[in-house]
Design a protein. Structure first.
Length: 352
């Protein structure tokens, strides 16, 4: 059985998003990706608001396997305020009745079955977004949030400390392995086009360009370095750093992410994109050391490649000034605290 997320984190989300709950109490919300990393956090935050604040938000969650979701986490997916709709994001059947809000959080970034098929990745992102937008518009949705990615910018120049929304870089259209970033760019265009075309009907859409994340529920066996480091640390094994450890990332805690996304859903400017992430940069090698420290392990850290300092270290760090200024957002949880919380949750979950 999948463990529930920490209640203190969910309560932090509620305490910093009071306008959302007062404005959208009693709303009916459609969520894709509700069994994924981001979607599960959003879903449990809304359920917590129903329990603690009496928000009475009705949740409709799209998932490929409803029964499996209920078996793995009945406390989340077998609630009276939450109904599951079976289907794939690109082909699910509608309609689903009148809707007020929609969060399209389905993504295949961590799906190993699709990772080796770039066309399938691209189609899932683009066709899925088109399908969800069409359904949202037809169902009367007033506010739509698309979870996009910092991958839309392509490689971040080493000379650019933090990438802003005004940066016009893009993934290489001739590289098949750039399917995810190119798919997200097309999805953003669809969301912006829908917002422009349907504005007179009261339809507004906002885009969250999400960078690296960390928190309870992060897959420990997958494409995420932080998760793999935690897996090794929890097993008291050597922490393996692929490459030379010089690439630079930044990590936003999942409770903070929920706060940002709810503010964007409720008040983000229609047709606009906002970077969502931490500005506090750390190298991958330094992250491995911090994970080991947070886990209290003396296991060695093995960097697999020799550093070549004549080449600038790749960066993936957002400039979040737009979101901070327009929506009064901040980073509420330090990386050290985020690592401690995630490791503690993972350790307690494994021990059950």
């Amino acid at each position: 059985m999948r463990a529930a997320l920490p209640h203190d984190d969910l309560d932090l989300v509620l305490s910093l998003t009071p306008e959302f709950w007062s404005r959208f109490g009693g709303a009916r919300l459609f969520l894709t990706g509700g069994t994924g990393f981001i979607g599960t956090w959003l879903l449990q935050a809304m359920q917590r608001a129903n329990d603690r604040l009496g928000s009475k938000i009705e949740l409709v969650v799209l998932t490929r396997e409803p029964e499996r979701a209920r078996q793995q986490a009945p406390q989340v997916f077998s609630r009276a305020d939450t109904s599951l709709l079976a289907g794939d994001v690109s082909t699910f059947a509608g309609p689903v009745g009148k809707l007020d809000l929609c969060i399209h959080a389905a993504t295949d970034v961590g799906d190993p079955l699709k990772a080796g098929n770039p066309i399938k990745v691209f189609d899932s992102i683009v066709l899925g977004t088109r399908r969800v937008l069409d359904l949202a518009h037809a169902s009367g949705v007033a506010r739509f949030l698309l979870t996009s990615s910092g991958a839309v910018y392509g490689p971040q120049p080493a000379s650019l400390e933090r990438v802003p929304e005004t940066y016009n870089g893009a993934p290489d259209p001739l590289q098949p392995n750039a399917a995810y970033g190119n798919g997200k760019r097309a999805a953003e265009w669809l969301a912006a086009a829908h917002a422009a075309q349907a504005s007179q009907a009261g339809f507004e859409s906002c885009i969250a360009r999400i960078f690296a994340l960390i928190g309870p529920g992060l897959p420990l066996n997958g494409p995420f370095a932080a998760g793999n480091f935690m897996r090794d640390a929890l097993a008291e094994q050597a922490i393996n750093v692929q490459g030379d450890g010089r690439p630079v990332r930044s990590y936003l805690y999942m409770a903070d992410l929920c706060i940002w996304l709810l503010r964007l859903l409720g008040s983000g400017a229609s047709g606009q994109a906002y970077n969502v992430g931490s500005e506090n940069a750390v190298s991958i090698a330094a992250l491995a050391r911090q994970v080991a420290n947070a886990a209290g392990t003396d296991a060695p850290i093995k960097v697999q490649a020799t550093a070549t300092y004549d080449v600038p270290a790749p960066r993936y760090v957002p400039d979040t000034l737009k979101a901070r200024q327009e929506l009064d957002l901040a980073e509420y949880t330090s990386l050290h605290t985020a690592l401690l919380k995630t490791i503690h949750w993972s350790r307690s979950t494994t021990a059950r």
